[in-house]
Ligand binder design. Structure first.
Ligand SMILES: *[C@@H]1O[C@H](CO)[C@@H](O)[C@H](O)[C@H]1NC(C)=O
Ligand SMILES: *[C@@H]1O[C@H](CO)[C@@H](O)[C@H](O)[C@H]1NC(C)=O
Ligand SMILES: *[C@@H]1O[C@H](CO)[C@@H](O)[C@H](O)[C@H]1NC(C)=O
Ligand SMILES: *[C@@H]1O[C@H](CO)[C@@H](O)[C@H](O)[C@H]1NC(C)=O
Ligand SMILES: *[C@@H]1O[C@H](CO)[C@@H](O)[C@H](O)[C@H]1NC(C)=O
Ligand SMILES: *[C@@H]1O[C@H](CO)[C@@H](O)[C@H](O)[C@H]1NC(C)=O
Ligand SMILES: *[C@@H]1O[C@H](CO)[C@@H](O)[C@H](O)[C@H]1NC(C)=O
Ligand SMILES: *[C@@H]1O[C@H](CO)[C@@H](O)[C@H](O)[C@H]1NC(C)=O
Ligand SMILES: *[C@@H]1O[C@H](CO)[C@@H](O)[C@H](O)[C@H]1NC(C)=O
Ligand SMILES: *[C@@H]1O[C@H](CO)[C@@H](O)[C@H](O)[C@H]1NC(C)=O
Ligand SMILES: [Cu+2]
Length: 546
């Protein structure tokens, strides 16, 4: 239903507002002004280094395939803190050709000084997920320069900018697990100091003790012992809906144990990669880590504490009497509940802790299984006309005259629209496909290669076990007498060759095509005239020129 609603919104936006950008990846220009200013997220006002004057900085949102062009204007004037800056977009893959935009001072770049600007150009490619940006210069991010960055699969950012919240990303393979994923579902947790990082760092150099933070912030608000009763940040939910909360730990020191009174969380993403859903009631998030958790608003309408108990990693709270780990929290507020704090006690988390065990997280679950039995036949009367022939499930691949992509652009909708000898397997977009090669009778490894993607190697030929814990990712794996299992997602719509890389085998039939998301392919592919001309020109060639 939600998924359908998102498409309707998209269609509406597209047709009535002429927003071609809604479906087409585009260049997204972002400006960040890095300024000094007062900030008082926990009620104590201190000089800070801020993106656009706020803590956290503005959320940067983008769509898969966008090129982010982030112009950063350094307007820092306060010389009690660092005045140069350099920004790291944490978790975003950067191609080597673009490594100079990676923002690591003195590794890939130099910081830039006050009164100057630098523009980071970041092609986002196929990545989606939960990321963040922060100053990478010295300890400057402890002084405030940190913000969330989310890459969605479709243009949720446009929907958000038109005030259409309550949507979710239909391109997410786990989208069926939740209803809402928008700006209201981003949670940032951060530690916060009342003094600038410059004297605190000097102090640390002198005594080897990391200064204990004054407070823990949830979505930019928190409290410290004896401080004012700053309103905790509410997270608004509607009973009956399921929310994908994207938790980002922007802390510089503390890790946080996150829990919600009377609600469980289902982890579905770690640092930009989907996981098999895992239920827990505590998520321990280290500095820099991100998790997406699904929470069902299935409790009686009311206000519930969200606790973010800060673990100090050896730090002694007695060293900073301002810090009270109980006070780091937010409020999960159901629509219809009074605007007030929960009346239940502030605890440090559930009495029956069931934390996420990181080592037990797994790659996402399988949506579709394929079995590929390889066999060799010598059959002069076979359909392919080949004598020696290699088959997948008894069918030798024969290249069609009309390329698969052309057929898709012309409207092919299912496996039935392709000749059986095309070994073309059609799946919806954004599904998880597992291909099992049962042990073969011949002892030869066929190095199966997937074009344009890579796969988790769940079982290698010479391994006895299915490794769903920490499988490597690669794009060629041998299938032989031991049996092999690979798993991949169809998150890149289009037809991708999946074939034995022994080209002798491949050319007598040991090939297949994995075609994911035919509609999505038609929506996105806009071939050039030069490409359109290739098939007619080839077909017109005399045989001796083919
Ligand atoms: C930051 O502020 C500038 C100047 O007001 C504005 O143009 C820009 O859109 C803001 N950036 C974000 C990400 O909101
Ligand atoms: C910040 O540190 C300086 C140097 O140690 C100290 O003089 C000052 O009182 C501190 N300010 C706060 C608010 O803690
Ligand atoms: C954030 O990471 C820091 C450092 O690892 C950790 O101490 C803190 O508990 C984390 N916060 C959350 C909410 O996980
Ligand atoms: C909610 O959690 C609180 C604190 O753990 C507990 O006292 C209360 O009984 C729970 N309420 C329900 C409805 O389970
Ligand atoms: C921390 O805050 C809680 C909740 O207000 C309070 O009960 C507790 O006494 C505080 N701890 C200290 C050490 O002040
Ligand atoms: C795929 O096959 C595996 C192994 O036989 C099985 O556990 C799983 O349930 C199957 N999944 C689907 C969607 O058929
Ligand atoms: C050869 O191919 C024909 C036509 O598909 C088939 O009927 C026959 O069973 C095949 N013979 C062998 C030995 O595979
Ligand atoms: C494919 O399916 C779409 C949507 O269901 C339909 O509009 C189109 O006509 C179909 N094309 C073919 C070739 O069947
Ligand atoms: C389609 O497959 C049939 C066998 O099912 C074969 O006879 C025919 O040549 C194939 N056509 C093309 C164009 O590959
Ligand atoms: C494939 O694995 C099986 C089972 O471990 C092993 O006997 C065989 O030698 C392997 N094949 C190759 C070519 O390595
Ligand atoms: Cu082979």
């Amino acid at each position: 239903m939600q998924l359908f609603a998102s498409f309707v919104f998209l269609a509406l936006l597209q047709s009535h507002l002429g927003l071609t950008a809604v479906v087409k990846p585009s260049v997204k220009d972002i400006t960040l002004d890095i300024v000094n200013g007062p900030a008082a997220p926990d009620g104590f006002t201190r000089a800070s280094v801020l993106a656009n004057g706020t803590f956290p900085g503005p959320v940067i949102t983008a769509t898969k395939g966008d090129t982010l062009v982030v112009k950063v204007n350094n307007k820092l004037t306060d010389n009690t803190m660092r005045r140069s800056t350099s920004i790291d977009f944490d978790g975003v893959f950067i191609d080597t050709s673009n490594i100079y935009n990676e923002g690591s001072p003195f590794v890939t770049t130099c910081p830039f000084g006050p009164g100057t600007s630098y523009t980071y150009t970041l092609p986002l490619g196929e990545q989606t997920g939960t990321f963040w940006y922060h100053s990478q210069l010295s300890l400057q991010y402890a002084d405030g320069l940190r913000g969330a960055m989310i890459i969605y699969g479709i243009d949720i950012p446009s929907l958000i900018s038109f005030g259409l919240g309550g949507v979710s990303d239909p391109e997410d393979p786990l989208a069926h697990l939740y209803d809402v994923d928008d700006e209201s579902t981003i949670w940032t947790v951060a530690d916060w100091w009342h003094n600038s990082s410059v004297p605190l760092f000097a102090q640390y150099l002198g005594n080897q003790i990391i200064p204990v933070a004054d407070s823990g912030l949830f979505n930019g608000r928190g409290r410290f012992n004896g401080g004012p009763l700053v309103d905790y940040a509410p997270v608004l939910v509607t009973k009956g809906k399921r929310y994908r909360f994207r938790i980002i730990n922007m802390s510089a020191r503390s890790d946080f144990m996150i829990s919600i009174d009377n609600h469980t969380m289902t982890v579905i993403e770690t640092d930009g990669t989907p996981t098999q859903p895992m239920e827990a009631n505590i998520v321990d998030v280290l500095a820099g880590q991100r998790y997406s958790v699904v929470v069902a608003a299935n409790q009686p309408i009311g206000n519930y504490w969200i606790s973010e108990y800060a673990v100090l990693g050896g730090g002694n709270p007695a060293r900073n009497l301002n810090l009270n780990v109980t006070l780091g929290r937010g409020i999960l507020r159901y629509a219809g509940a009074p605007i007030q704090e929960p009346t239940t006690p502030m605890t440090l988390g559930p009495a029956d802790p069931n934390p996420v065990i990181e080592g037990n997280l797994r790659p996402p679950p399988v949506d579709f299984n394929l079995t590929f039995v390889t066999s060799m036949t010598a059959n002069a009367s076979s359909p392919s006309g080949f004598n020696t022939q290699w088959n997948i499930n008894n069918i030798a691949y024969v290249p069609p005259v009309v390329p698969t992509l052309v057929k898709i652009l012309d409207g092919a909708n299912s496996s039935a629209d392709f000749n059986v000898t095309e070994n073309t397997f059609v799946f919806p977009a954004n599904k998880v496909i597992q291909v099992t090669f049962p042990p073969s009778t011949e002892d030869e490894l066929h190095p199966f290669h997937l074009h344009g993607n890579n796969f988790w190697l769940i079982k290698a030929n010479n391994s006895d076990t299915l490794n769903e814990v920490n499988p490597i990712r690669r794009d060629v794996a041998g299938a032989g007498s031991g049996g092999t299992v690979v798993r991949f997602t169809t998150d890149k719509p289009g037809p991708w060759f999946f074939h034995c890389h022994i080209f002798w085998h491949f050319n007598v039939g040991l090939g297949s095509v994995i075609a994911g998301g035919l509609e999505e392919t038609r929506e996105r592919v806009r071939p050039t005239e030069a490409w359109e001309n290739l098939c007619p020109a080839y077909n017109a060639l005399p045989e001796d020129e083919k």
